[in-house]
Design a protein around this ligand. Structure first.
Ligand code: SAM
Ligand code: SF4
Length: 349
């Protein structure tokens, strides 16, 4: 039988996908991250202060409005969508939104719907997530020691997260573990976490702490450059650079001894902005074109101004023309102020 090859343009036309939006630096914007709530059932020390002030509930978009916004982005060429927060699974009735967006996965308009979660509610929702079209999730977990887990999350229950991971894998969802590397806290545990994650068929990605939002401690105390972590891991493991990509900012290495992948997200030591394909929407309808900059576009106004999407569509296009070249995070012990005042939980990690 003859084989028929189709190029990307034909493939795009066949599945009815839109031409993506392109920013002033020539980067196609194909990835939307949505923080569905800034609230959370944990209080990770590097992320939040224990006594956080959250957004007033009345300012939140409804799930129907968030769905309309997501659909508008998909209509403008977004192919990958991640729900995050705060903790996305604590937003009341969030599964409505997951099911609605999941329809775009089933129709082929969206390549991937995924989420980043602390895992606390996963055992409850895993089966329904899988059913709605979620094939892959990131679970944040910084240590395998229950006591240290309590210390870092303040309010979290380690066993619940493990149950959640079990449930997700049992439902056929691929799980990736994300851990923030913290000097003097979990840096010694990373080799064991790597063996554990790879032993369960999960990739592990390490993240450098970013100076976002006031917390109760000085982030510079635990800041750990991943270049140093990689050197340390190289004493025990054979690490080879690979070209594997998930559409995110991680660079991957393969670990020969485990056969698994290790991702490194290095916003502080290696700027990955040149390949940035994403924008971030908050639960109040503010669009941040960069995690590390303050410029934003209000989409709530055009969303609510009319039932049609043309004003919204224009506002999204205008926002993309303002996508900056990149972030310029620095950890500054002398200034003692985060580079970006809003917490990661507002824009979503
Ligand atoms: N609650 C969910 C969770 O923890 O996975 C989703 C939101 S959380 C803000 C997303 C990711 O951001 C988590 O992996 C978390 O560890 C990471 N994170 C939070 N604050 C951070 C910071 N200041 N620097 C680097 N990563 C951070
Ligand atoms: Fe909550 Fe995630 Fe922030 Fe931890 S990192 S406090 S789980 S939003």
């Amino acid at each position: 039988m003859d084989t028929v090859t189709i190029d990307q343009a034909d493939a795009t036309e066949l599945i009815g996908a839109k031409t993506p939006m392109v920013d002033p630096f020539g980067r196609a914007v194909t990835y939307l991250r949505v923080s569905v709530t800034d609230r959370c059932d944990f209080r990770c020390t590097y992320c939040m202060a224990e006594n956080m002030t959250f957004l007033p509930k009345k300012d939140l978009l409804t799930l129907e409005e968030l769905n309309r916004l997501c659909s508008a982005f998909i209509a403008k060429g977004v192919r990958k969508l991640r729900l995050t927060g705060g903790e996305p699974l604590v937003r009341k009735n969030v599964m409505f939104l997951v099911r609605e967006i999941g329809k775009h996965v089933h129709s082929g308009a969206l390549d991937e719907l995924t989420l980043t979660t602390n895992g606390s509610q996963l055992s409850k929702f895993a089966a329904e997530l899988a059913d709605s079209g979620v094939r892959r999730i990131n679970v944040s977990l910084d240590t395998l020691h229950p006591d240290k887990f309590k210390q870092i999350t303040r309010w979290g229950e380690f066993s619940k997260v493990l149950e959640g991971i079990d449930a997700a894998q049992a439902a056929g969802i691929r799980v990736k573990i994300n851990a923030v590397a913290l000097k003097g806290f979990n840096d010694q545990d990373i080799p064991d976490m790597l063996r554990w994650a790879h032993g369960r068929g999960m990739d592990l990605t390490l993240i450098e702490t970013m100076p976002m939002g006031e917390i109760d401690e000085d982030r510079t105390d635990h800041y750990m450059p991943l270049s140093e972590m990689r050197d340390r891991l190289a004493d025990q493991f054979t690490l080879s650079d690979i070209t594997y990509k998930t559409g995110g900012p991680a660079r991957y290495v393969e670990v020969s001894e485990t056969g698994g992948r290790l991702g490194l997200i290095t916003p502080m030591t290696h700027n990955f902005c040149e390949s940035c394909n994403r924008v971030r929407l908050t639960c109040t309808g503010t669009l941040y074109m960069c995690l590390g900059q303050n410029d934003a576009a209000d989409l709530r106004l055009p969303l609510r101004a009319s039932h049609g999407d043309s004003l919204l569509s224009q506002a999204i296009e205008e926002a993309i023309t303002r996508k900056p070249k990149g972030h310029d995070f620095i950890l500054d012990r002398t200034r003692n102020k985060p580079a970006v005042a809003r917490h990661m939980s507002v824009t979503g990690g």
